[in-house]
Design a protein around this ligand. Structure first.
Ligand code: NAD
Length: 280
């Protein structure tokens, strides 16, 4: 039976580590990291995410600035707010909650955020820094996957890492991050030939597809470490991209859904905001 990687506990550990650093920063430099979160409209899921981010900020000792704009906010107004936040000394991280209402162009908004305050790690400058191996603010979910791997004792150097999924927010950055950890990286996707064979060869298997239980037990190699990024709402409740029961018979260690990767995203957001404040 596999070790269950406890993302809830690891996320709490990281938040506690950030809180210690924040205390030090306050005492040594009189500086409190600040995160601004911008929410446009009233999407209920986004409202929950924003509330959770706010309470994590309070937990680690950050200043948190919340901006709730009406659903009919114009592009110009939103860009103006981003500009103001870019200029503020007490704001070290800026996060515009996605998705935005349809009339707004999110890529223009993300491009307007100062890359050094882009704590989501989505700005092309930060994606480029990640690609060329420079210090950057990495996207939170894939950075959370790497943290889970490290803290669960997975050997990264020289490991054969297979990432299923090539999205800009998870698959591609996860591949770059694992490459920088000296893994041998394969990105698999919907056109990959012999996906089961490719997956079976993985020492580290990251599933970021969005199809419930598509990684079956026979796709997992003996002793692999399996990170399931998938969050799929089904009649059975929240289900990952990996068939957990079957995969845990083969894996060395595996993340559950929920309670694996999910809680890591906010912890890594806190880590990125701290880093942005330290970089300043
Ligand atoms: P996406 O839809 O943007 O990308 C899915 C990827 O899967 C695509 O690159 C596609 O090539 C690949 N794919 C599709 N069908 C496939 C198949 N049959 N075989 C192999 N590959 C296939 O999704 P995303 O944004 O990367 O998210 C993936 C999953 O991770 C979703 O379930 C999402 O909810 C979840 N997610 C979780 C978190 C979190 O835990 N905090 C954050 C982001 C995404």
């Amino acid at each position: 039976m596999a070790i269950i990687i406890d993302g809830k506990q690891i996320s709490a550990d990281i938040r506690a580590e950030v809180a210690v650093e924040v205390e030090k920063m306050k005492t040594d430099h009189g500086l409190t990291p600040g995160l601004a979160v911008v929410l446009v409209g009233e999407d209920p899921a986004s409202q929950v995410y924003v509330r959770n981010k706010e309470s994590a900020c309070h937990e680690v000792g950050f200043n948190s600035f919340k901006y709730e704009l009406p659903a009919d906010t114009t592009q110009e107004k939103l860009m103006q707010l981003v500009d103001e936040l870019n200029c503020r000394d007490d704001v070290h991280g800026i996060l515009v909650q996605l998705p935005l209402p349809k009339h707004l162009d999110s890529s223009l908004v993300l491009l307007a955020i100062d890359p050094n305050k882009d704590v989501d790690g989505f700005h092309p400058v930060n994606v480029g820094r990640l690609a060329v191996g420079q210090a950057t603010l990495p996207p939170c979910t894939p950075a959370g996957c790497v943290e889970l791997l490290k803290r669960s004792g997975a050997e990264l150097e020289g490991a054969n890492a297979v990432i299923v999924g090539r999205s800009n927010i998870v698959g591609k950055p996860a591949a770059l991050l694992l490459l920088s950890e000296n893994c041998t990286v394969t990105i698999a996707h919907s056109k990959t030939k012999d996906l089961p064979g490719v997956c079976r060869a993985a020492d580290i298997l990251v599933a970021a597809v969005g199809i419930p239980k598509m990684i079956t037990g026979d796709m997992v190699g003996e002793g692999a470490t399996v990170i399931d990024v998938g969050i799929n709402r089904t009649a059975e409740g929240l289900v990952g991209d990996v068939d957990f029961e079957a995969a845990s018979q083969k894996a060395r260690a595996i993340t559950p859904v929920p309670g694996g990767v999910g809680p890591m995203t906010i912890a890594m957001l806190m880590k990125n905001t701290l880093k942005a404040a330290q970089m300043r």
